[in-house]
Design a binder for this molecule. Structure first.
Ligand code: PEP
Ligand code: MN
Length: 340
């Protein structure tokens, strides 16, 4: 951290700053310039409160050098993390091969899920999504099948080998969801549910962490840090669109986050073009764009009968559309030295 003193700062004020740094377990390197003095704080600056330091008399501004997250940062780990999804098809997020996870928004019944799961596998995906616990805006809307839904997902995994990615909404659901899921999905609405993040941080399965509707990249990575700080390094970030003033889509999908995450973090990032746009007709192009931008995976809502889907039918593509998308993605992936 660099502490820039005011031009008029006194020697005593500079000494006070160095004393404060030492109290915080840091060391200082004082650079006396012709105009002003700058104090470089040496040590783990993440423990330092920027706001508090900025209020100290004689301090003009404080500039952190390190990102506030540590375990998630590239400063700590240069090479990209490659996180296996589970299941028996060898899917992973973060390697050369791009992970495709597809399935319905919600598990509705056994016939529906098994039919979609077989189609998803046939299209070439390695992961199956489907919510058994659904975070719905309205308390009167379909809330998911609960444990019954999880049992159906486990049966689909047994029959297809697909890794099961499903949402956990609260701490008390963690043991139950963990019994059936390969990957815990933490939804956008729970990105800052810190107790839930700690709870999945104590598990030994990957966590697909969705970006909050109005979370900044820094907040998103700090949420990942919560999970990792409890020992679970298997965090897969998921961009699912943010809320903006725009009305033609349900959410605005900011794909520039993909290369930016790769610059500042070693964690893989997958893109959800379904929640990200809200419209099935926008999904294929956003899949292609996400892969071209370097996404480590896609999580796509796919339904054999979107018109009758209990949740998110408008943004669900059909299995035949998924198959077409997958074929096209192969060529895009090749162009950037990846596989699908
Ligand atoms: C979903 O995946 O169906 C979902 C509810 O996602 P999000 O948490 O991103 O809204
Ligand atoms: Mn959905």
């Amino acid at each position: 951290m660099i502490i820039v003193m005011e031009v008029v700062a006194t020697k005593e004020q500079v000494e006070h700053v160095t004393q404060l740094l030492r109290e915080m377990g840091m060391r200082e390197h004082v650079i006396v310039g012709t105009e002003r003095t700058v104090v470089a704080a040496l040590g783990d600056e993440r423990k330092l409160d920027v706001g508090r330091m900025e209020n100290v008399p004689g301090v003009e501004k404080v500039m952190p050098v390190l990102a506030p997250y540590k375990l998630a940062s590239r400063e700590v780990q240069r090479e990209r993390s490659n996180i296996p999804l589970g299941g028996s098809l060898g899917g992973a997020a973060g390697g050369k091969k791009i992970a495709v996870i597809a399935g319905p928004c919600s598990v509705e019944d056994r016939t529906q899920l098994l039919e979609i799961a077989h189609a998803v596998k046939e299209a070439g995906a390695t992961g199956l999504r489907g919510g058994a616990f659904k975070p719905r805006t309205s308390p009167y809307a379909f809330q998911g099948l609960g444990e019954k839904g999880l049992e159906i997902l486990a049966e689909a995994r047994e029959k297809t080998g697909l890794a099961v990615v499903t949402e956990v909404m609260s701490i008390d659901q963690v043991p139950l969801v963990g019994k059936y899921a390969d990957v815990f999905q933490v939804g956008a609405r729970n990105m800052q549910n810190y107790n839930l993040l700690w709870a999945v941080g104590e598990q030994h399965k990957p966590v697909l962490l969705k970006r909050g509707l109005s979370a900044t990249l820094e907040e998103f990575l700090l949420a990942a840090e919560y999970v990792m700080s409890r020992g679970n390094n298997q965090v897969i970030l998921c961009e699912r669109g943010i809320r903006t003033f725009e009305g033609y889509c349900r959410n605005t999908l900011p794909l520039a986050i993909v290369p930016e995450v790769h610059r500042v973090s070693h964690l893989p990032i997958v893109v959800d073009p379904s929640q990200g746009t809200g419209h099935a007709h926008l999904v294929p192009d956003m899949c292609r764009a996400a892969v071209a931008a370097g996404a480590d995976g896609l999580i796509i809502e796919c339904h054999h009968d979107p018109e009758h889907a209990l949740t998110d039918g408008a943004q669900s593509i059909t299995p035949s559309s998924l198959k077409n998308i997958m074929m096209g993605l192969t060529r895009i992936a090749q162009a950037i030295d990846r596989d699908v």
